[in-house]
Design a binder for this molecule. Structure first.
Ligand code: CA
Length: 226
């Protein structure tokens, strides 16, 4: 496994490298403090995953993400001190697969990295169907009332867990397990952001969701679509 870290804080690079190497001794970590160099390294090093800081000395992290997405689908986690939800949503819109807010817990970082590099185990059912919702669990392509929506890996895991449990409330904890393989402090807040993004993609009016309903303090409920 090769991990590319684009980050200008030496201590954070060291902390991430250490965490990764404890969990995956064979992991190969490449890093740079410059965004432009990071884009080059994606091209020349073929990393399995990229961890990208937003505040870089040369180029803004969003711009780095944009440039990477012009030629690569490499799973990318944004690492940021900005806990503003708008920034996080922007990152996901620009093609990030997930995000981590600094300061982060080692367990959280590892759960997210593991979730993105986890090999797609061939699913028993490749196509999940619920009412008019059709989700291809291999590609993350969702078809819904003539709409075609591309989901990120995280969104796909959230929605497929909800579709498999349609008609029941899925708890925050069971969703975190399904998505990251672990429930950890902060998972509920992360789920909230991904759910919001999912609603923006599939609900007619995301502020009045008709499909993905909130059960306050418990989790979410997938309503039978019209
Ligand atoms: Ca920085």
């Amino acid at each position: 496994m090769k991990v590319l870290i684009i980050e200008d804080d030496r201590e954070i690079i060291e902390a991430i490298s250490l965490a990764l190497q404890m969990r995956w001794p064979e992991a190969n970590v490449v890093s740079t403090r410059l965004g432009a160099k990071g884009v080059e390294l994606v091209e020349s090093e073929y990393p399995d995953i990229v961890i990208l800081d937003l505040g870089l000395p040369d180029v803004n992290g969003f711009e780095v993400l944009h440039q990477i997405r012009l030629f690569s689908d490499v799973p990318t986690i944004i690492l940021t001190v900005r806990s503003d939800e708008a920034d996080v949503v922007k990152g996901l819109e620009w093609g990030a697969d997930d995000y981590i807010i600094k300061p982060f817990r080692q367990m959280e970082l590892l759960a997210r990295v593991r979730s993105l590099i986890r090999r797609q185990t061939p699913a028993e059912e490749e196509l999940l169907v619920y009412g008019p919702l059709r989700l291809n669990v291999m590609t993350g392509q969702l078809n819904y009332n003539d709409k075609e929506v591309a989901l990120t890996i995280t969104e796909k895991r959230i929605l497929s867990h909800m579709m498999k449990n349609a008609g029941h409330v899925v708890t925050h904890s069971s969703l975190a397990e399904a998505v990251w393989g672990d429930d950890y402090p902060g998972a509920t807040d992360s789920l909230k952001v991904h759910i919001r993004r999912l609603r923006e993609k599939i609900e007619t009016d995301p502020s009045q969701p008709q499909l993905i309903l909130t059960r306050t303090g418990i989790g979410y409920f997938l309503a039978k679509p019209e």
